[in-house]
Design a protein around this ligand. Structure first.
Ligand SMILES: C[S@@+](CC[C@H](N)C(=O)[O-])C[C@H]1O[C@@H](n2cnc3c(N)ncnc32)[C@H](O)[C@@H]1O
Length: 263
């Protein structure tokens, strides 16, 4: 299934409600990149500039560029880092400048069509010199209650026909990723981390996914349908996630990381 992610623009403000939690994997991905002083870096799907700021803090002297297909995200990124170069561009047709030392992409490739993801990665890697790095991180949460229940809610309401084709393609397995990238890489590191976010309430889970995975489900609905979808989804979340000792709710959030070094 393909997503309708780009049918409506993203909202930088909604996305940034959980800025710190969303940026931690960007830091963890960066920690596994061994490049000491890359000269040219592109943040692919830079969003509001939060991941670009993480790159800047480690590599302040690099020529750092951010691209994203969302005008709202790029507007916000330009405010966050006014001295850097940000452009509205789609990854599917993106032609990078020559010899980018580091392509970096935090929480973006899951939104691309499955059969296009690694074609894009390999096309971009072809433009890199030997030793160049391609690093990406994606959520691996389609089997988590937050996402299973989103699909269940979509399938069991008056909106079922409208939402029948909504969803996100599953991500490639670690084996598939390795087999795609090893022929063009001297080294492919793949790792997986589960974050446990102690959120304020079940409603906060909804606020979180409203910024990302829930968007394609809500975008096609009218205001009343949206409200009743959210009511149904909340009931299901309340049944699936226990309330912790301090009243908060633990949202388990698995993520997959890939760092490939060009041959
Ligand atoms: C979850 S946000 C990640 C933002 C940021 N990189 C971070 O670390 O938090 C996903 C971003 O990918 C962008 N995106 C999705 N599909 C894209 C595409 N085909 N080309 C460029 N950007 C895309 C969205 O506009 C959004 O800003």
């Amino acid at each position: 299934m393909s997503t309708t992610a780009q049918a409506h623009d993203w909202s930088a403000a909604q996305y940034l409600k959980f800025e710190d939690e969303r940026t931690q994997p960007a830091r963890d991905l960066l920690a596994r990149i061994l490049l000491q002083a890359p000269k040219k870096i592109v943040d692919l799907g830079c969003g509001p500039g939060n991941s670009t700021a993480v790159l800047e803090s480690r590599y302040p002297d690099a020529h750092l560029i951010g691209i994203d297909s969302s005008p709202d995200m790029i507007r916000k990124a330009k405010v966050t880092l006014p001295h850097r170069e940000f452009t509205v561009l789609d990854l599917e047709s993106y032609s990078p400048p020559d010899s980018v030392d580091l392509f970096y992409s935090n929480a973006v490739f899951q939104w691309l069509k499955k059969d296009e993801r690694f074609e894009i990665v390999k096309r971009l890697m072809q433009t890199q010199s030997s030793g160049g790095v391609f690093a990406l991180q994606v959520p691996d949460n389609l089997s988590e209650p937050s996402h299973v229940l989103m699909r269940e809610t979509a399938e069991n309401g008056p909106w079922a026909a409208t939402l029948a084709k909504v969803g996100r393609d599953t991500f490639q397995t670690a084996q598939e990723i390795y087999d795609q990238l090893k022929p063009v890489s001297s080294r492919v590191d793949i790792f997986h981390t589960s974050y446990y976010h102690a959120l304020e309430s079940h409603e906060a889970i909804i606020e979180w996914v409203k910024g990302t995975g829930l968007r394609p489900y809500l975008d096609p609905l009218g205001p009343e349908e949206k409200k009743s979808f959210l009511r149904e989804y909340l009931k299901r979340l309340q049944g699936a996630y226990p309330v912790s000792v301090d009243g908060r709710v633990l949202l388990r959030y698995p993520r997959l990381f890939v760092v490939a070094v060009k041959t």
